[in-house]
Design a protein around this ligand. Structure first.
Ligand SMILES: Nc1ncnc2c1ncn2[C@@H]1O[C@H](COP(=O)(O)OP(=O)(O)OP(=O)(O)O)[C@@H](O)[C@H]1O
Length: 376
């Protein structure tokens, strides 16, 4: 799939912008603070309905404006699919084929995007939250039902934590409600865990050969899922449920004493190993980068496998962070099959060959001009 056109209205520093993209590589060049990341973010928001930079949708609206709109046309399975996200003070609206979608989970997946930004190099070194977000977003865009379970889980978790705090402070002694919430929590926790296990197993089947390719077969990548319950990665949904059930029963008093939910996917983590050594603890910065890169490239293949088409790849300010070897590995992998958007402040940061065949856009203060190439 690829994005054919995008129109932004009052989106961050773009008052009005209409662009037609190339189905292969699009390079966005501009000085700092001109709007490169804003354009990448707009594409991301069009895919995921929310930003990765802020949880406050209001920030997406141009200052002093009351709404923001992103419209796009996606070429997918031989159709031109119009999609649209609109943000207003009273909320957001997602439209697919001009029709408003009641549930965002029905909209997500219309456009598949894989983003690789400097923050992603933190995937290995950063907090567990970064890794959980990574898997949640990636599973969500190929399996919309996952987003439903995640949303429900977070809602129930909040209520349960609130109740545990009340029990801890003895504002209430009624534990019947705790049982109800625990049962509901387990239903969604088990679905989440089961899907995370399957996703990781699938992701690894691509990440391993990719990682090996980048490191010239010197490194083997493995991923471990660090769950708060003792469970095998191949366990059935029923077994996971039972294990959660036993865990919550056994630790009921501990959770009341602490006033919070101590078990569940919201506390799980991923551990990456290279040649059986924990990359977070022992890996060099280069190994951590390679791991992040392998995972992102694997994601592209996983989406192709699940959805039937390659996603759109966003490389925001990231090529200059990679050495020439990793850069050319990345560019060779995507060449000719994945629509790619690359931002950079300097053309010198990007491999010559890629630049020659790319469509170039120049950004300056909320205006973007497509470079007309005289190379006939
Ligand atoms: N809601 C908004 N309304 C208007 N302008 C905004 C809004 N949010 C951000 N901006 C402005 O958008 C400008 C461009 O930001 P952007 O993050 O896209 O920069 P960039 O071109 O990617 O630069 P860098 O290379 O430094 O990352 C900034 O000057 C910022 O002040």
């Amino acid at each position: 799939m690829y994005i054919e056109t995008i129109t932004l209205t009052n989106y961050r520093n773009y008052s009005k912008l209409a662009l037609t993209f190339d189905e292969k590589v699009n390079v966005i060049i501009g000085q700092n603070a001109q709007g490169k990341t804003n354009l990448m973010e707009a594409i991301y928001v069009l895919a995921f309905t929310k930003s990765y930079r802020t949880s406050k949708d209001k920030e997406l609206m141009m200052w002093d404006e009351s709404y923001a709109r992103i419209e796009g046309t996606v070429f997918k399975r031989n159709y031109h699919v119009p999609i649209e996200m609109q943000f207003q003070a009273k909320g957001k609206i997602a439209k697919l084929n001009h029709l408003e979608q009641k549930r965002l989970s029905h909209y997500i997946g219309a456009l598949n995007v894989v983003m690789f930004a400097p923050e992603d190099l933190n995937l290995v070194k950063g907090s567990p939250q970064v890794r959980r977000r990574f898997i949640d977003m990636e599973i969500g865009q190929v399996k919309p039902i996952y987003m439903h379970h995640l949303g429900q889980y977070q809602k129930i978790l909040k209520q349960r934590n609130h109740l545990l705090k009340d029990l801890q402070r003895r504002k209430t002694t009624d534990t019947t409600m705790l049982d109800v919430l625990t049962e509901q929590l387990i239903t969604h926790a088990s679905e989440i865990l089961r899907r995370r296990f399957s996703f990781l197993a699938l992701l690894l089947t691509w990440a391993q050969p990719i990682h090996s390719g980048i490191t010239q077969a010197k490194e083997i990548l493995t991923i471990d899922y660090d769950a708060t319950i003792a469970i095998d990665k191949t366990a059935s949904l029923a077994d996971i449920k039972q294990q959660y059930d036993e865990t919550f029963n056994r630790h009921r008093q501990q959770e009341i004493d602490r006033g919070t939910t101590l078990y569940g996917p919201h506390r799980d983590d991923l551990i990456f190993y290279v040649n059986d050594r924990n990359v977070q603890t022992y890996g060099s910065q280069g190994q951590q980068r390679t791991t992040a890169l392998s995972l992102k490239l694997a994601e592209i293949e996983l989406i192709k496998h699940e959805v039937g088409e390659y996603p759109v790849l966003l490389l925001d300010d990231v090529l200059s962070e990679l050495d020439r070897h990793r850069q050319s590995h990345l560019l060779n992998t995507i060449k000719d099959k994945v629509q790619t958007f690359v931002t950079t402040t300097s053309v010198n940061d990007i491999e010559h060959e890629t630049m020659q065949s790319a469509t170039i856009f120049h950004v300056e203060d909320g205006e973007i001009v497509r470079e007309e190439r005289g190379d006939t």
